[in-house]
Ligand binder design. Structure first.
Ligand code: ATP
Ligand code: MG
Length: 376
């Protein structure tokens, strides 16, 4: 098996820098995901790893070997795409056998390998069907079997599930993870679907505009966002704009523009906050409470502006005095009505304080908040 290293990887298309000096280390056997909005450079990186693109700068290593200029057919990678790319006129068997035939493997060995792999992806007995006789999920399994049967050193997935309906997508996530772990093949998985990324990956790189904004485990990407883009892109967040009033190690206090003090924490050991600097507090909707916690909490007086009952919780917009309402999910066992005046509680741990200075996404958040102020 193999590790993958990208060193200063840069690919340009004319004026567009599709990926900009990307450094990444992917562990042996890891399922590593590139996650980010459309156009951020995910496919470009994948194609550089597969060998379909040659980068202008930087290198791609498999283990110790520099692969940057090795042609795709000598890299031993298996690829699975969004549109399956299986041949409609060929039977399932021949679709899967293709890669083995061009490698001139003996016929009976091919037969055994193909039937084994079809069992593994749960298509046993379907080898004589054509793709027309298969569902979308089954077609995607054929594509997966075809990528796996050549025993690749590296597996590459580019949005493999986006053509499937919601239920099948969830089912196939489990399948891909199961099979990837069974084989232990180092895998790069590309998606713009954060839920898919969080559920399938060992680690995730969150990308924006050709740059990597954070690399972490799914849990840390969600709970420890290191900058405004990641906090905004992953899950849902209310941002409150303000000024730092005290900073003591990880414990930080911010004063919002309407004079509310909020205690929170930083996710960045490498940065220091100073009194008077501009910052944002990011709070997840599920972290607001209507009951007073035991210790170390902030209290926000609020007026409930709107409310939707979802079964498990109330989805609420509440005016806390700022220019825009906060979004909160409040326990469904409490009685809440529109126009109620309620105290909202947030534990210190759940208020993430993020710097404005040096964050390329700060302008976007500022204008988002100002835009909402105008709309109000
Ligand atoms: N062959 C190409 N020629 C010119 N520009 C390209 C080419 N391929 C990609 N780009 C540009 O490079 C940037 C990154 O594209 P890329 O396909 O890597 O994005 P992506 O993250 O995979 O997006 P999506 O989620 O939409 O698939 C985009 O701005 C895109 O327009
Ligand atoms: Mg893409």
């Amino acid at each position: 098996m193999v590790t993958i290293d990208l060193k200063e990887l840069t690919k340009r298309f004319g004026e567009v820098v599709a990926c900009d000096h990307i450094d990444l280390h992917i562990n042996d056997g890891e399922l590593f995901t590139l996650l980010g909005p459309s156009g951020c450079g995910k496919t470009t990186i994948l194609r550089c790893v597969a060998g379909f693109y040659t980068p202008e700068e930087g290198q791609v290593f498999f283990g110790e070997t520099d692969m940057t200029r090795v042609p795709p057919n000598n890299r031993n990678t298996g690829m699975v795409f969004q549109n399956y790319a299986i041949w409609p006129h060929m039977k399932v068997f021949d679709n899967v056998a293709f890669g083995l035939k061009i490698r001139k493997i003996p016929k009976d060995e091919i037969r055994k390998k193909v039937l084994d792999i079809l069992e593994l992806v749960r298509l046993g007995g379907m080898e004589n069907r054509t793709p027309f006789q298969l569902s979308g999920g089954q077609q995607q399994r054929v594509a997966l079997a075809r990528a796996l049967v050549i025993e690749p050193r590296v597996l590459l997935f580019d949005e493999p599930l986006s053509n499937l309906d919601a239920k099948l997508r969830v089912e196939m996530r489990h399948e891909i993870k199961r099979i990837q772990k069974e084989f232990g093949i180092t895998t790069i998985y590309v998606t713009h679907d954060q839920e898919e990324a969080l559920s399938i990956s060992d680690r995730i790189a969150v990308m924006e505009l050709g740059h990597i904004r954070q690399v972490d485990s799914p849990k840390d990407i969600y709970e420890e966002p290191q900058n405004l883009f990641v906090a905004d892109f992953i899950g849902s967040c209310t941002f409150l704009h303000g000024t730092i009033t005290s900073a003591n190690g990880k414990k930080i206090t911010i004063e919002t523009s309407w004079g509310q003090q909020l205690h929170g924490r930083t996710t960045r050991n490498d940065l220091t906050f100073s009194k008077g600097e501009e910052a944002f507090a990011a709070i997840r909707p599920e972290d607001f409470r209507v009951r007073e916690p035991k210790a170390d909490f902030n209290k926000l007086s609020s007026t409930i502006e709107s409310l939707v009952f979802t079964g498990r919780y109330y989805q609420v917009y509440a005016d806390v005095g700022g220019t825009h309402p906060v979004k909160a999910e409040l326990a469904a066992d409490s009685e809440i009505k529109v126009k109620d005046k309620r105290d909202l509680f947030i534990s210190y741990r759940d208020v993430i304080i993020l710097k404005a200075e040096g964050d390329p996404f700060a302008d976007r958040i500022r204008s988002l908040l100002e835009g909402k102020a105008e709309a109000d």
